[in-house]
Design a protein. Structure first.
Length: 257
């Protein structure tokens, strides 16, 4: 197992620091739900239910160091050139399998639009056509409550669902109505939203930190294409040699003395 994953915040940072009410009125219920999703992931996987933690890592810079590194010597660490050339950025969309610890789908591109997320999810779902149920842990970004995602969830249901018209009627009326539909536990694809300002509850963020430490922080990239290729190669390497489920100990209780 990876080291125990204790968030470095209280379960309600805003209230602990300022005494003000939580920014999300359903904070405690959402935290409890996500912790239960993580706790039950392995058992659910045995019965054909899969659990994924998904998010986007935006603005990954393709930085080329102007001079090569100076190799380490006895008593001296590797020295990295501080000047660099910018070659643009890429966005990574990744889906982390909570039960296996692998990144089952990684998409690297120029943008993170609603259509990008839809394409990513369709590629992910195509890998697991026999899954009886899919659980997705995501934050409350607007693209995570989009019309495309609602239609994707509706497609997986046995009976047709009347969705209405975006911004006018029915399930597609607003972000609130779309979020309520996406969170419906009776669906074959259920989204579990983290509370506002609580992306730290999303396990994919822990994997992103591994990506930064192992690849991005010290590497040099001559182009966006090379950056993309190295990220995808690292995902493959990680899945083959490093992947383990995170040991999630947080239960939703305040981490205060």
């Amino acid at each position: 197992m990876w080291a125990d994953c204790w968030p470095r915040l209280t379960s309600n940072p805003t209230r602990a620091v300022t005494g003000s009410p939580p920014p999300d009125p359903n904070f405690e219920d959402k935290v409890k739900d996500i912790c239960q999703v993580y706790e039950q992931a392995a058992t659910r996987a045995e019965h054909g239910e899969l659990t994924f933690s998904l998010d986007e890592m935006t603005g990954i810079q393709a930085l080329e160091r102007t001079m090569p590194d100076i190799a380490m010597k006895p008593g001296r660490c590797t020295r990295i050139e501080f000047e660099y050339i910018r070659h643009g950025t890429q966005t990574l969309i990744a889906s982390f399998n909570v039960a296996t610890g692998q990144v089952d789908q990684a998409t690297v591109g120029d943008t993170r639009t609603e259509q990008d997320l839809e394409s990513h999810l369709r590629a992910l779902l195509a890998q697991v056509p026999d899954a009886s149920k899919i659980h997705l842990v995501m934050d409350c970004l607007n693209t995570h409550q989009s019309e495309s995602l609602v239609r994707l969830v509706a497609e997986r249901e046995e009976k047709p669902i009347h969705l209405g018209q975006k911004g006018k009627t029915g399930i597609l009326l607003s972000m609130a109505t779309r979020a309520a539909f996406l969170s419906d536990p009776s669906h074959r694809l259920v989204v579990h939203f983290t509370p506002k300002h609580c992306s730290w509850l999303n396990q994919i963020e822990l994997w992103f930190s591994i990506l930064v430490r192992k690849l991005l922080r010290r590497s040099s990239f001559t182009s966006q294409a090379q950056l993309k290729a190295k990220i995808l190669a690292f995902v493959d390497y990680f899945n083959r040699t490093m992947a383990k489920p995170f040991k999630w100990n947080y239960t939703g209780k305040p981490l205060v003395a």
